[in-house]
Design a protein around this ligand. Structure first.
Ligand code: AMP
Ligand code: MG
Length: 382
């Protein structure tokens, strides 16, 4: 994707196109970790209960307003957390450990050199790459970018994604259902997945099972970088997505995946535009979005997505015939022997609530047969 400058406050969720290099040390100067008194540790070396070390308080170093002069032997400077440590001092006596009197401060215990001082560059050294290109900006990345002084970031332009949901039977939430009609759930879950994957939702359209209308709707959608359709991509008499895409010049790359849920998944391209024909069943649409569309969007954004695969012990029997890979929605728990997973509930591709509380997906290979509780499975932690 092309690169664009993004003001810092708008960069949450965006992907860096260039490394963020800090021009400054962070912190930029030695500063106090505590409210207290900056002093020379050697002045307190002999301090005891009976003979406290007493120093003259000569001024103050506040956060943002350093003490201007140099501190000499026998002197102390009142200091706030984060304030610059005055030249000539090498430690901070915490206010809780100090006895204050008019113009003086005393301690009954020696202060060790370097105590309560946060060193310059302890967080970031000038010239360091703090955020490499490909990083997705979360709250911590935003804060770190601000700490380097960056007012904006070079980010990949999010791919524009058009979503086309198909089906005569679909009714929006809020409108009454007539016999045989169902709620349009893909029109909500899939755009949310697009947003979560860093895509820019260009449009969400619903089209009935009519060939001409499907062609018209898909023609509009092809103005996007990525088109995601749901439903109408199987072999039924009212499935118009494939022939409509063919008429629009979208070339099929694949149709049909040895996968459950998600068998009828279709993928094609026209020029640079990627078209994903996801199955209509709500779980199939969400799972195939996760497996196919999300990685494609990440790749377009240059996002260095972390590998979240692991192995886990499955804690329930799972009947399976060889021939398709299964994606099982699971809850995740940690035991003394590592990760454990358990199917959330009944795994039908129409049971959308099986996606609730799914902390992990278990991937059962094509050739695998019945899985027994206690066996090891490959999982992706969500
Ligand atoms: P299709 O692939 O169009 O035959 O759809 C497969 C199943 O998914 C059917 O039961 C549809 O009613 C259902 N379905 C399709 N689209 C949606 C949608 N947007 N929301 C909820 N269910 C859907
Ligand atoms: Mg349909």
């Amino acid at each position: 994707m092309p690169v664009e400058a993004v003001p810092l406050r708008e960069a949450l969720g965006r992907v860096l196109a260039e490394d963020v290099v800090s021009h400054d040390d962070v912190p930029g100067f030695d500063n106090s970790a505590m409210d207290g008194f900056a002093l020379r540790a050697s002045d307190t070396a002999a301090a005891t209960e009976a003979a406290p070390a007493t120093l003259t308080v000569i001024g103050e170093s506040r956060a943002g307003t350093p003490y201007a002069a140099r501190l000499e032997g026998g002197q102390a400077v009142r200091i706030s957390t984060g304030a610059m440590v005055p030249a000539g001092s090498d430690a901070v006596l915490r206010v809780e450990d100090a006895d204050e009197a008019a113009g003086t401060v005393s301690t009954t215990r020696p202060v060790t050199p370097g105590l309560e001082i946060r060193r310059a560059a302890e967080d970031i050294a000038a010239g360091e790459v703090v955020l490499p290109a490909g990083t997705r900006i979360g709250p911590a990345e935003l804060g770190v970018a601000a700490s380097t002084g960056a007012a904006g970031l070079s980010c990949a332009r999010p791919p524009r994604v058009a979503i086309v949901v198909t089906g005569d039977e679909l009714v929006e939430p809020g409108a009454p259902l007539r016999p045989g009609e169902i709620r349009n759930t893909n029109g909500y879950a899939v755009p949310a997945q697009v947003a979560g994957a860093g895509g820019n939702i260009l449009s969400v359209e619903t089209v009935g099972d009519d060939y001409g209308e499907t062609v018209d709707t898909l023609r509009r959608a092809l103005a996007a970088d990525v088109v995601v359709t749901t439903g109408g991509v199987s072999v039924g008499a009212h499935d118009h997505v494939k022939p409509a895409l063919a008429e629009l010049g979208v070339e099929e790359v694949f149709w049909g995946v040895a996968l459950r849920p998600g068998h009828p998944t279709w993928f094609g391209t026209t020029g640079p535009v990627l078209v994903f024909g996801l199955p209509g069943n709500p779980v199939s649409a969400m799972v195939t979005f996760h497996l196919f569309v999300r990685p494609a969007l990440a790749r377009m954004l240059g996002n260095q997505a972390a590998d979240r695969r692991a192995t886990a012990t499955i804690d329930a029997d799972y009947p399976k015939r060889p021939g398709r890979a299964h994606v099982v929605r699971c809850t995740l728990a940690v035991g003394p022997d590592g990760w454990h997973v358990r199917p959330t509930k009944e795994q039908g591709s129409h049971v959308l609530t099986s996606m609730l509380n799914a902390d992990a997906l278990a991937y059962l290979e094509v050739e695998r047969g019945d899985v027994s509780a206690g066996e090891t499975v490959e999982v992706e932690i969500l």
